[in-house]
Structures are given as C-alpha cells and as structure tokens.
Design a protein around this ligand. Structure first.
Ligand code: ZN
Ligand code: ZN
Ligand code: ZN
Length: 178
C-alpha cells in the first residue's frame, strides 16, 4: 500500500504492509480496543446485543438472533475455507499445526480435546481471538469475545472476510461459542 510516510503522524515510515508506523499502529489498536470495550460494556449493561446495539441480546448470548446467526455463518465459512486449505496441505483441519492422525482429518491433540469437551458436556473454555488483517498483516488486537471481535472489525471498517481470526482453542470451540 502507501509507501512513504505514516498516514497518521505523517512523520515516521510506515510498517511494511501498513499505512501506519509502529507507534501509530499501536495507538490505533489501543484506542480501537478502548472504544470497543466501553461500547460493549454499555450495551451489555442495557441488555442489548453487543454487536448491533439495537436489539435485545438473547438470554444465553451477547448478541441478538440475527447477529448471532451472522457470526455463526461467517465463522463457519471461514472454518470451511481454512479447513479445505489445511486438508490440501496435509495438515489437521482444526489447528493446521500437525498432520492429521491416520484415517482422520484431525491431529490427535485436537481429537482428544473434542472428546474431552463432548464427554464433559460442558461448553469449551472461553477463547481469546486474535484478529489479523489479511491484506496488510495488521494486528487488530486480541479480544475476549466474539462480540468484541465484531465490534473491532466494525470500528476498523473491515468485514470478517478481510481478516484472519485465530483462537487459542480449536475451531470447533469457536463455532460452538459463536
Ligand atoms: Zn505514525
Ligand atoms: Zn444484534
Ligand atoms: Zn490439530
């Protein structure tokens, strides 16, 4: 993108693949997070969907029905896309880190985790989500909830298609909580 100078301070050199220098990228990240945190907390306190802020949130969710569905659909689309690429690369479709166990699409740690979650019948632990802009590699922060991720994207004027969202749990955990 823009070679030359940082789009914010108009002084420093931008980071490779970014319009902003290191300190301005950090500043943007922190201010987006603060903005979002405040907005999310306000919406949650009012019982509103933390994504759209218009409709009441579902009893067991931070989002209204349509935002929840939207998040699910985009998460599912991303999972499908990731998993196809991973399968092609000969890697576990869930984590993409190890080759799958023989005769399956998942590596052993991922299968064990799935089993453990299923057998305990409890929802997976809350994940943290790290958002990276695909086009620029810009780090848009690590968030505690899907609602925060969605708001971070809205703030940065990005769609879920523009970013890679990595979790510290398996992708199934992501789908369940979404
Ligand atoms: Zn700058
Ligand atoms: Zn909503
Ligand atoms: Zn795996």
């Amino acid at each position: 993108m823009a070679a030359g100078i940082c789009a914010r301070c108009k002084f420093e050199l931008p980071l490779p693949g970014s319009r902003y220098c290191a300190s301005c990228s950090e500043w943007r990240r922190i201010s987006a997070r603060d903005h979002m945190r405040r907005r999310t907390a306000k919406r949650r306190a009012r019982g509103l969907c933390t994504r759209c802020g218009k409709l009441p949130a579902l009893p067991d969710n931070d989002n209204c029905e349509s935002c929840r569905d939207y998040c699910r659909v985009t998460a599912l689309a991303r999972f499908r896309r990731n998993s196809a690429a991973r399968q092609e690369a000969g890697l576990c479709v869930r984590c993409g880190e190890r080759p799958p166990a023989r005769g399956t699409l998942e590596c052993r740690p991922c299968r064990d985790r799935q089993r453990a979650v299923a057998s305990r019948g409890i929802p997976p632990l809350p994940a943290r989500y790290t958002v990276t802009e695909l086009a620029t590699g810009t780090d848009h922060g690590t968030w505690d909830s899907v609602a925060e991720v969605a708001a971070a994207l809205a703030y940065a004027k990005l769609t879920p298609e523009d970013v890679e969202i990595a979790t510290d749990h398996s992708h199934t955990a992501t789908l369940i909580s979404w």
